[in-house]
Design a protein around this ligand. Structure first.
Ligand SMILES: [Cu+2]
Length: 199
């Protein structure tokens, strides 16, 4: 988990977006109308070297991003890993790890996936490791839901319906029923709203 400073920065939605503007590192800003990202790029082919933009939106890139948060409990004897997924709300679904260096949060594409050890749990949160929705195809509006199919190394694929909301469902006492697939139990699934810009 990050430092107190990071939590303070990312807990509120407004400052969450401010963090993106302070923290992103996409090089020279693109001219409006000439997005840096390639629309319609093959999912999985997005360049990720040096990819360390923060949460939120980056108007300069002409794209929007969002975070997917959930808890994965692995009751099996085998380690598993969250590899990625597919959804129609964005073009690319990426597992990300979060690091904090000198109070600056940055994140890294987890090429080998996010590991879930045997008989252990993995919590994905706005302050920590998470799944990133890259290149939104539509706005993520609070009060709505969307479907996403996540892919695990051992458990395979599972489709979840994700509520878009400002706050953590478990903290608010209204987390949806957990979904079980193989040895995995997936709970407390949610996404914080993020506007699509350009794209
Ligand atoms: Cu991320």
């Amino acid at each position: 988990m990050g430092s107190g400073t990071l939590v303070a920065l990312v807990t509120g939605a407004a400052s969450w977006r401010a963090l993106a503007h302070e923290g992103h590192d996409h090089g020279p800003a693109a001219t409006p109308g000439t997005p840096a990202a390639t629309p319609g790029a093959t999912p999985g082919a997005t360049p990720i070297a040096g990819h360390d933009h923060a949460h939120g939106t980056n108007p300069a890139a002409g794209t929007g991003v969002g975070g997917l948060y959930l808890t994965i409990a692995n009751a099996g004897p085998e380690p598993d890993a969250l590899l990625g997924g597919v959804t129609d709300v964005c073009r690319v679904v990426e597992p990300h790890t979060m690091q904090v260096t000198d109070d600056v949060a940055s994140m890294t594409f987890a090429g080998a996936g996010l590991p879930v050890a045997a008989d252990a749990s993995l919590e994905l949160t706005p302050e920590g490791d998470h799944v990133m929705l890259v290149d939104l195809t539509r706005d993520l509006q609070p009060g709505t839901t969307y479907d996403i199919t996540l892919r695990f190394a051992v458990a395979g694929e599972v489709t979840l319906t994700v509520p878009v909301r400002w706050d953590d469902p478990s903290a608010a006492g209204d987390a949806a029923t957990a979904v079980t697939t193989g040895a995995l139990t997936i709970s407390n699934v949610w996404t914080r709203p993020a506007p699509m810009i350009g794209g």
